[in-house]
Design a protein around this ligand. Structure first.
Ligand SMILES: [Zn+2]
Ligand SMILES: [Zn+2]
Length: 205
């Protein structure tokens, strides 16, 4: 009984694929794949790994060289709410040199909201092509990572101590918040210190 579909045992052999294309690493437009955070490195040899992070399906992983970010923030903007399907975003900022993806750019999807494009171009939102976990917002020089993905190790107390290094210094776009956060941390109405400081209830101070 014949079956539809590709059995792989019938018909002529497929032609040799892509023989006219230059190797990937010679394409000018793909140089970014050979720079941090996508450049492939032997982590343990190059630097001591502080943390490892995984997407939900664990096909994507990266390591961090530092045990704390340059800064961390909670962002309450509407875009972050929609993108994360959450009341707000928790983002930690690292230099690109301090982040290294285990499989380079392989298995990643990109989305530039300013260009409305899936072509790689910073700033871009990076996610797992398989399970679609959001991995980071990549800027020109820094990565805004989402610390929920980091596998903190040890007892729950030890994990909490490590996570404390990622506590945010401030909330931004607090004006657009879904809920009040009475944590006493500084709150900006908009993007940064050029905007108004608000109290936990969202009133200007
Ligand atoms: Zn995944
Ligand atoms: Zn935001």
């Amino acid at each position: 009984m014949a079956e539809m579909g590709c059995s792989g045992t019938e018909g002529p052999l497929p032609p040799p694929a892509f023989t006219n294309n230059p190797p990937e690493n010679t394409l000018e437009s793909e140089h970014w794949k050979h720079r941090p955070p996508y450049e492939r490195q032997s982590h343990e040899k190059v630097w001591p790994v502080q943390f490892r992070a995984y997407c939900l399906c664990r096909k994507i992983s990266y390591v961090l060289k530092q045990d704390r970010p340059l800064d961390a923030k909670f962002c309450h903007c509407r875009g972050c709410q929609v993108l994360h399907g959450a009341p707000f975003q928790w983002a930690a900022i690292f230099h690109k040199e301090d982040v290294s993806f285990d499989h380079g750019a392989s298995g990643l999807n990109f989305y530039s909201s300013s260009m409305n494009s899936q072509e790689y171009s910073t700033p871009t939102k990076v996610s797992c092509a398989y399970c679609h976990t959001l991995i980071m917002d990549e800027g020109r020089n820094t990565c805004l990572l989402f610390p929920q993905l980091i596998d903190f190790e040890g007892t729950l107390d030890e994990q909490r101590k490590q996570r404390d290094q990622f506590q945010p210094s401030c909330h931004i776009f607090y004006e657009q918040r879904i809920m009040d956060i009475p944590d006493g941390i500084k709150k900006w109405s908009g993007m940064n210190e050029k905007t108004q400081i608000l109290n936990d209830a969202g009133h200007p101070i």
